[in-house]
Design a protein around this ligand. Structure first.
Ligand code: TRP
Ligand code: ZN
Length: 884
């Protein structure tokens, strides 16, 4: 049992800090085993907080205090109290004062990758959310904003490059082969944005001139062997800077923008002011080592961190419950950036796929929480899909409701009103209200109520009256701590299609004329509403929730023919794709029903086969989109539609449907595949990416046949291609079939790429996600592979995360072996890296969705983890809350 049960923090208990810190001067004497940090803090009472000055309580963890001075006076241990959580000064002066703290820490022993740590011999920091307290004693909360100067001292030979936030203001030599560099950040910031990097780094440099003509130096630092893989990230950065000027009127504010790529990183990247630190995964790319998906993610993450400069850094969060203030808004911004750069419908589909599978699952499980959570034990557990992805949907709904121009008025006001402040989600919504003269009280429920709302739609056409009644009902299932929900304000975008596919006028009863355009947004406010569309000469087909205008589950009973019609005719790119997904899901669910009832399989629904035949033999300009139309819904998506998930049945149904389509359309898929082959120089541009995506979609269908032809094609592609997109697609096909050359190809791939860590991750992942029998044994064996580095989060995520998150059929093996495997790994990795362990664990918390046997097995593993000795608060919180 635990000695101390971790205690939650509540939003309702927020109070402003009794003290403020205006300026921070830091001196780091870097050493792998013993780094000395001297922090000089300018402290004063917070004038906004009344009452007699209470004690000054500074946060601090894992630090050794060498000395402490208040003003010029050195304090002795009777004048302060040290604890596990920090340092308390019971009496401090009323006037402003200086505090000088000298502390020591050991970067080499830091495997949690929070605070100051080493990655391949590079010093780097990660302070969000609460890592700064592992560097020095401090008021480690985002509503304390200060100006920083940082001096870094280190051995010159091993650490030639010394970086921190802001501008480099001085440098020099020190004794014993050491040197120093001083940095000054002119902008005040919360301590979670502090960063330091030191090491032997190569640098790609470029220049950017802002809209107002200010030159900015751009630098991307990486290990020397990776310098030739930084070009795409640099190009993405410049694109992002331009985009933010053009779309949000936001310019960069320092003379220097630095990005450092490090191998050991818990998340994607970090927006530290002027000095972003990235997981190498989201910087390094070259066509031979990175896939098109990697290129896309790099562009998106580089954009994301850059956009944080305004949404997060200049304006930050008052407290961590407001995390979505910066994350939801910044994800929305990076999504729009990607949509503008490439295909808007494709971007929307990718976004919604993630939301509907992963975020909806989170919202339906025991860890469901509102976009603005009300309590947490470990804030690191709340960097969730709900805060990020649903948070972005909430911002998108504001834009949908207010229109683009109205939304822009709102963000302009936000930047003007709150620059330099630490604010709340509510402050953001108020800017939207004030800039547009609207009342968004009901809309605010999106921030406070958890769970995925359900929209039930019914359409009734009256031929005599030439009108269509659209009945809308909304509800939201209970979530932990929230048994009853109030109705949300839901923007429902609809269009009406005539039988020939043309768009019908959108005129509501009582209106003098139809609304302009082919889509209109109905604001749903009540639990039940009815809309009457008039002037309709024929029964229209309703295209509802166009563009996925709200993060809801849509329930709209319609026949397969209507879905097939929308799948071929809807002018809304998202809904056209979605109709295909609904159609295929219905077909798979029917297969599952028959199988469960012991009936023999029926032939595949001809409507679906015909629709796919039309697609494969057709011609669409946007080939990425074309590929998506041809892609069957994921097992996760189909599972979500079942009352009780049967992962084996879902897998079997999806495999069977894929195979049947491949059998029926083999010649067509082959022809299209061959037509798309050819030398592409593996460039990353929309046309080439689309071509590869479509080609590899064909390969995937053909591979479902697992025949000689498929084997020949995948082997040829594997051997001939110079690009990682095609090579990995081919290897995936080979691994997921009974390919005679499987072992040889895997071995060759490893031998060829063993010196490229990010490619080695792919090699592990392609095996951990294999759906064929024997995968768990293989994954277990890979734990002992010389290439499996337990200290490298990307590697752990590839092998263990890949298995638990992206291999439902093996993870959910009925004997519980997959669950036991995950629990063992969580307990093992928790000792080293709690943040990582807690994230790996989440698939076990979705037990409620499975049959009683699996439920029991999953809960047993959660109990085992919760009861294990010395688990971190991170894992404790997920395991205990996950038990429900
Ligand atoms: N703020 C970062 C982002 O979304 C993510 C982040 C939060 C993070 N905590 C972290 C990154 C810890 C690395 C480690 O851009
Ligand atoms: Zn972010």
């Amino acid at each position: 049992m635990r000695e101390r049960i971790p205690q939650p923090v509540y939003l309702k208990d927020y109070s402003p800090p009794p003290y403020l810190i205006d300026a921070v001067d830091l001196v780091f004497e870097l050493d792998e085993d013993d780094t000395r940090v001297t922090a000089t803090l300018q402290v004063r009472r917070n004038p906004a907080v009344a009452g007699a000055g209470p004690a000054l309580e500074l946060n601090g963890e894992g630090l050794t205090l060498e000395s402490l001075k208040l003003g010029s006076q050195r304090l002795d241990p009777t004048q302060y109290r040290l604890s596990e959580e920090g340092l308390c000064l019971p009496r401090v002066p009323d006037h402003a004062f200086t505090l000088e703290l000298v502390t020591h820490l050991c970067p080499k022993a830091n495997t949690a990758l929070e605070g100051l740590y080493l990655s391949n011999g590079l010093f780097c920091t990660q302070c969000e959310a609460q890592g700064f307290r592992r560097i020095t004693y401090f008021l480690d909360r985002p509503d304390v904003m200060a100006r920083y100067t940082t001096t870094v001292v280190a051995d010159r030979a091993r650490y030639p490059v010394l970086l921190s936030n802001g501008n480099c203001v001085a440098a020099g030599e020190a004794s014993h082969g050491r040197h120093w560099v001083r940095w000054e950040d002119p902008f005040k910031k919360p301590c979670y944005l502090f960063a330091l990097v030191a090491g032997r780094l190569a640098c790609l440099e470029d220049r950017y001139v802002t809209a107002s003509g200010r030159p900015v130096v751009l630098r991307i630092y990486a290990e020397p062997q990776d310098l030739d893989k930084c070009g795409h990230a640099m190009a993405s950065l410049k694109q992002a800077m331009r985009w933010d000027e053009e779309n949000f009127g936001r310019e960069y504010d320092l003379d220097l923008y630095m990005i450092v790529a490090v191998s050991h990183f818990n998340m994607g990247a970090m927006e530290n002011k002027g000095l972003n630190i990235f997981n190498t995964q989201y910087i390094l790319a070259r066509p031979d080592v990175a896939t098109d998906a990697d290129y896309e993610r790099i562009e998106e993450v580089v954009g994301h961190e850059y956009f944080h400069n305004w949404t997060g850094n200049r304006i930050t969060c008052r407290d961590w419950f407001q995390l979505s203030l910066k994350e939801g808004l910044t994800v929305f911004r990076d999504q729009e950036f990607s949509a503008d750069r490439h295909s808007r419908p494709v971007k929307r589909i990718d976004t919604v796929n993630l939301l509907r599978t992963r975020q909806f699952a989170e919202d339906a499980g025991p860890l469901a929480h509102p976009v603005r959570p009300e309590s947490y034990i470990e804030i690191n557990n709340f960097y969730t899909l709900t805060v990020y992805e649903k948070g972005a949907e909430v911002i998108r709904m504001l834009q949908t409701l207010l229109g683009r121009a109205g939304f822009r008025r709102g963000t302009d006001l936000y930047f003007e009103r709150h620059d330099g402040q630490a604010v709340t989600c509510d402050d953001f919504v108020r800017c939207m209200e004030d800039a547009n003269g609207v009342d968004l009280s009901q809309f605010r429920l999106w921030y406070s109520q958890a769970g995925t709302p359900e929209l039930h739609l019914e359409a009734e056409y009256d031929a005599a009256g030439r009108y269509l009644d659209l009945k809308v009902r909304q509800s939201c299932p209970p979530t932990p701590g929230q048994p009853c929900k109030r109705p949300f304000l839901i923007p429902l975008a609809v269009g009406l299609l005539a039988a020939d596919g043309s768009e019908l006028p959108l005129r509501l009863a009582g209106e003098p004329a139809p609304a302009p355009g082919t889509t209109r947004v109905l604001p749903i406010q009540a639990a039940e509403e009815r809309f009457r569309f008039v002037d309709l000469p024929e029964r229209p087909v309703v295209s509802a929730l166009r563009g996925f205008s709200a993060p809801v589950k849509l329930n709209f009973a319609r026949d397969l023919a209507e879905l097939a019609f929308l799948f071929s005719r809807d002018s809304d790119g998202f809904n056209r794709w979605d109709a295909g997904q609904q159609l295929a899901t219905r077909v798979m669910l029917e297969m599952i029903d028959r199988a469960s009832a012991g009936q023999p399989p029926a032939p595949v629904e001809p409507l679906l086969v015909d629709a796919f035949r039309n697609l494969v033999t057709g011609q669409l300009e946007d080939q990425s989109y074309w590929a998506l139309l041809l892609t069957l819904p994921s097992e996760e998506y189909v599972s979500a539609a079942m009352a009780v998930i049967d992962p084996d049945q879902v897998h079997a149904a999806r495999q069977r449907l894929k195979r049947e389509l491949a059998v029926a359309l083999e010649a067509e898929f082959l022809r299209l595949y061959e037509a798309l082959r050819g030398d592409e120089h593996n460039r990353f541009d929309a046309a080439a990416v689309g071509r590869r995506r479509l080609k590899n979609t064909c390969l995937d269908y053909l591979n479902a046949l697992d025949n000689d032809t498929a084997h020949r094609l995948s082997l040829r592609q594997f051997r001939e291609t110079r690009g990682m997109t095609d090579q990995l697609a081919a290897l995936g096909a080979i691994v997921n079939s009974h390919h005679p050359n499987q072992a040889e190809c895997l071995e060759q791939f490893y031998q060829r790429w063993h010196a490229e860590p990010l490619v080695v991750d792919k090699w592990f992942m392609v095996q951990s996600t294999c759906h064929l029998p024997g995968t768990l044994e293989r994954v277990r064996a890979l734990l002992d592979h010389p290439g499996f580095d337990r200290g490298l989060p990307n590697r752990v995520r590839a092998l263990v995360g890949g298995f638990a998150q992206s291999n439902p059929v093996h993870f959910h093996a009925k004997d519980g072996s997959g669950y036991a495997f995950l629990a063992e790994r969580v307990i093992e990795f928790d000792a080293r890296n709690p943040q990582l362990a807690a994230r790996l664990l989440t698939p076990l918390t979705h037990w409620q969705r499975y049959d009683p046997v699996r439920q029991g097995l999953m809960r047993r593993e959660l109990q085992r983890i919760a009861g294990a000795e010395r688990i971190s608060p991170d894992v404790y919180e997920v395991a205990t809350k996950g038990l429900g």
